[in-house]
Design a protein around this ligand. Structure first.
Ligand code: ZN
Length: 288
């Protein structure tokens, strides 16, 4: 063990969580700041890390997307065009490189989480983990033997096209690009756009949970056949809804024709890392 410290950033749409950890994952400091403009938020983050007085070996940033992760691109480490105000084109890494002069790793929050769950969480020792978050948006990362699935950039698993649930044919979906893609049908804002409440607030017997589980279960059956992960870990506010995980497992089993019968409960699970998953994802990125 060394005294090296890593600066960790979990960059989210409403807040940035900052942390200082050693290589074992022990957190020595933690802070959260609101997401405002890039200049305000990244500037405040740099100042906070400087004030901790640590000797940093590197930084890890696990961020909302979409991100430019092509090492040959002049915009590497920048946020790609996004509906989120102020953040299109924002460079996430430059300020940290300039101020601290150490390597800065950046990837999506879901790629960080996939790596962290594979190293220390629900997928420890299994070799391959698909991590999906279903909350404000939907995104996925796939880690196989320590490698993250990537093409020109990170995967966009939330934007696959879906069949329509027979009781849900009229809803146009909330994705600004596709309307009724998976994210446009099953993310938190899509639930509220249809029914005016989150899934956990809907009354007993309301079809909402059943319909959302139907979409997620079908998407998981698709991802499972393409990637054959040893574990599918579901994070995010929507999947934390009481009882939803079991409904999703049942729908995934139907959707894949019983192909995973007998192992569905172990195949599809909740995250193993709890509240620190985002920061541990950033650490996993920094340690690579
Ligand atoms: Zn979409």
């Amino acid at each position: 063990m060394t005294d090296a410290r890593y600066g960790l950033i979990e960059a989210g749409g409403t807040k940035f969580v900052l942390g200082v950890a050693d290589e074992t994952g022990t957190l020595h400091a933690r802070e959260r700041i609101p997401t405002k403009t890039p200049a305000e938020t990244l500037g405040a983050a740099v100042n906070w890390f400087a004030a901790q007085g640590a000797d940093y070996a590197g930084f890890g940033i696990a961020s909302f997307g979409p991100l430019d992760l092509d090492p040959a691109s002049p915009q590497f480490g920048c946020v790609r065009p996004t509906p989120k105000p102020h953040w299109s084109g924002a460079n996430l890494i430059a300020r940290f490189q300039e101020r601290f002069g150490v390597p800065v790793a950046v990837d999506t929050d879901v790629n960080g989480a996939a790596l962290a769950e594979a190293l220390w969480g629900a997928g420890k020792g299994l070799g391959s983990v698909l991590y999906l978050t279903i909350g404000t948006g939907i995104g996925g990362g796939f880690c196989s033997d320590g490698h993250l699935l990537r093409g020109l950039s990170h995967p966009e698993m939330g934007h696959i096209r879906m069949p329509r649930h027979p009781e849900d044919l009229d809803f146009a979906g909330t994705c600004p690009f596709h309307g009724d893609c998976l994210e446009g049908l099953a993310c938190g804002p899509a639930v509220i756009a249809r029914w005016g409440q989150s899934l956990s607030q809907l009354p007993e017997g309301h079809p909402g949970k059943r319909i959302i589980a139907w979409y997620i279960g079908r998407a998981l059956a698709t991802f499972q056949t393409i990637m054959e992960p040893a574990r599918i870990v579901l994070g995010g506010g929507v999947t934390a809804t009481d009882g939803l995980l079991d409904l999703i497992r049942a729908e995934a089993l139907v959707a894949n024709g019983g192909y995973t019968v007998g192992r569905i409960d172990k195949l599809i699970t909740a995250p193993g890392l709890g509240d620190n998953a985002g920061l541990l994802g950033a650490l996993a990125l920094a340690l690579r």
